[in-house]
Design a binder for this molecule. Structure first.
Ligand code: UDP
Length: 363
């Protein structure tokens, strides 16, 4: 059985690390990895292959930039060519990026069954490019591997057949258990930045709904600047966010305790997460990692797909509408705890995904 896996963005390299390892452990399965090129900087791509022990992708399509339509269209062409040559039994896609949609669509048109990891997530905000990508990908996927009970419920409500909805848990939890444990317990990045455990705020921002709206982005920067007056803030800047802030001149004269740094590796990020007093983010993965390490989170968005953590009190939504109240929510959340829950499975999602593909395709 041959699987072609389509990857393109940072969270996909991280999620794939555990599934790729599970595939490699099965005798009759081979995996061919296609990297679309959506994320291409060494610290947004190569570092994850190295650190998480993944072989380099067999195909590098080197497609990035341009509008969403242009990028997705070029990926569709490139992936179709690979699939025609490789003739796989399954195409495996992750999450909700343009690479996800291009991979699923290229496969579906060639009548190759698609497996979607992280199926069923919904924000119910069709303004988000991610929401469009995930809904369309689910619609044309054969196996819908859901990370949470809520994701499975969304798919049922949308009329998907029960046998196609496979509740496996969240592969990010597998990664946290398998690789996260290797993160340094102290020193390293923390020491270099002069940060002490449990006495700083970790921030990440990359979503278009924040970066592409100057007013919202300004409010976020103002809020983090204010926050740095009461606790140091460390903010690994996504390259897109850095470029936008640089263009608008917002990177000049930032306060001393607002540490703007380059993106860090997965293990570096886990270290920053584990010892933060609170995490302020618009990232999906980081919201869950905050919970895995029992750190409170403030999500700088209007809604979240990971509603279980809001219900459990580990996460709170704070729409970037005004800097003062945003800073107040972050300050209030620092050091708080939620209730004991385990909504993301048992850390065996990767194995369950591979076992299901093995049993249906090889049957
Ligand atoms: N991450 C990382 N280095 C960073 C920022 C994030 O390794 O500088 C990791 C983070 O730990 C998580 C993943 O990237 O595992 C989340 O990716 P991202 O926020 O880009 O996307 P999303 O999860 O929102 O799809």
């Amino acid at each position: 059985m041959k699987i072609v896996t389509i990857l393109g963005a940072r969270p996909q390299f991280i999620k794939a690390s555990v599934v790729t390892a599970a595939i490699a452990a099965v005798k009759n399965m081979t995996e061919v990895v296609v990297h679309t090129g959506q994320h291409f900087d060494a610290n947004m791509s190569d570092v994850f292959f190295d650190e998480l022990g993944m072989p380099p992708p067999q195909y590098q399509l080197d497609i990035h930039g341009g509008g969403h339509g242009e990028m997705t269209g070029r990926m569709l062409m490139g992936i179709e060519k690979v699939l025609l040559g490789e003739q796989p039994d399954v195409v495996l896609v992750y999450g909700d990026t343009n690479s996800t949609l291009a991979g699923a669509l290229a496969a579906a048109k060639l009548k190759i069954p698609v497996a979607h990891v992280e199926a069923g997530l919904r924000s119910f905000n069709m303004e988000m490019p991610e929401e469009i990508n995930r809904i369309l990908t689910d619609r044309i996927s054969h196996w819908l591997f859901t990370p949470t009970e809520m994701a499975a419920r969304h798919l049922r409500r949308e009329g998907f057949q029960e046998e196609r909805i496979i509740s496996v848990g969240d592969v990010m939890f597998d990664v946290a258990l398998h690789h996260g444990a290797r993160a340094r317990s102290a020193g390293g990045l923390l020491a270099n930045l002069g940060l002490k455990p449990a006495s700083y705020v970790l921030a990440t921002i990359h979503r278009a709904e924040n970066t592409d709206h100057p007013q919202r982005l300004n409010i976020i920067v103002d809020a983090l600047e204010r926050t740095s007056n009461f606790m140091p803030v460390v903010w690994p800047l996504h390259p897109r966010t850095r470029a936008i802030l640089q263009r608008s001149g917002r990177l000049k004269d930032s306060p001393r305790d607002l540490h703007l740094i380059d993106p860090v590796s997965y293990l570096g990020m886990v270290q920053l997460e584990k010892y933060a007093s609170v995490i302020a983010t618009d990232s999906g993965g980081v919201q869950k990692e905050a919970f895995f390490y029992q750190v409170p989170c403030v999500t700088l968005r209007d809604e979240t797909e990971w509603v279980e953590l809001i219900d459990a009190g580990w996460n709170r939504l704070a729409s970037p509408k005004d800097a003062m109240s945003l800073a107040a929510v972050i300050q209030e959340a620092a050091g708080s705890k939620g209730s004991e829950v385990s909504p993301y499975g048992t850390g065996k999602a990767a194995h369950a995904i591979v076992a299901r593909l093995e049993s249906t395709v090889l049957a």
